[in-house]
Design a protein around this ligand. Sequence first.
Ligand code: FAD
Length: 190
Amino acid sequence: MSENPVQLVLQGLCKVSDCIQTNLSRFFPRPDDPSSSLPRNKTPLLTLSTPTHLRQPDQILNKGKSSGPTTKEDLGRATWTFLHTLAAQYPDKPTRQQKKDVKELMEILSRMYPCKECADHFKEVIRANPVVVGSHDEFSQWLCHVHNVVNRSLGKVVFPCERVDARWGKLECEQRACDLQGTAAMDFTK
Ligand code: FAD
């Protein structure tokens, strides 16, 4: 019996699709595929079951660092960058919620900072120097001061706090989309 031409076309397409899948699986083997050429204990970096947005070349996964563990110094620099950038963007007239959040953030940091000796020391530092959060100037100067307390304890150079705004600016974001909104006048949550 002669076959329907549409069926013939569909069968042809299925063969092409099988061929593509077979060839792709050579590049992106599934970890559980017994015919895979990968050793059993090696999970391939990319598999067909990996969602597209998670497929990353090796050099991107390790971007900017060697594969060694994060050091106390790396962590410190990253954390100070985060804190001073936050202070640079902290509004001149913060809302009551923003003041509360910054105080809580410092408290949490002194408990959860992932270097116990640093966290314990920082707890003492903020006990002796309570967080000042009334305005951008107050908070950035306070942060500069406590960073200097840590610097001194580590035998590092003390930073001139009058230069803190020159050293740490707001995050570069188009149309100031990263700025924190402030002004107590607009705060209806109180
Ligand atoms: P960092 O001190 O990390 O400073 C980064 C950059 O900030 C500097 O290059 C400079 O440009 C600028 N800077 C320096 N001082 C100031 C300032 N006062 N104000 C504004 N900008 C400044 N390490 C320990 O070994 N023991 C600890 O107990 C300890 N406690 C820490 C507590 C906290 C909350 C944090 C965030 C870090 C702590 N660290 C601790 C890490 C330590 O402070 C440094 O981050 C680390 O030693 C790397 O130092 P660094 O010389 O590269 O510059």
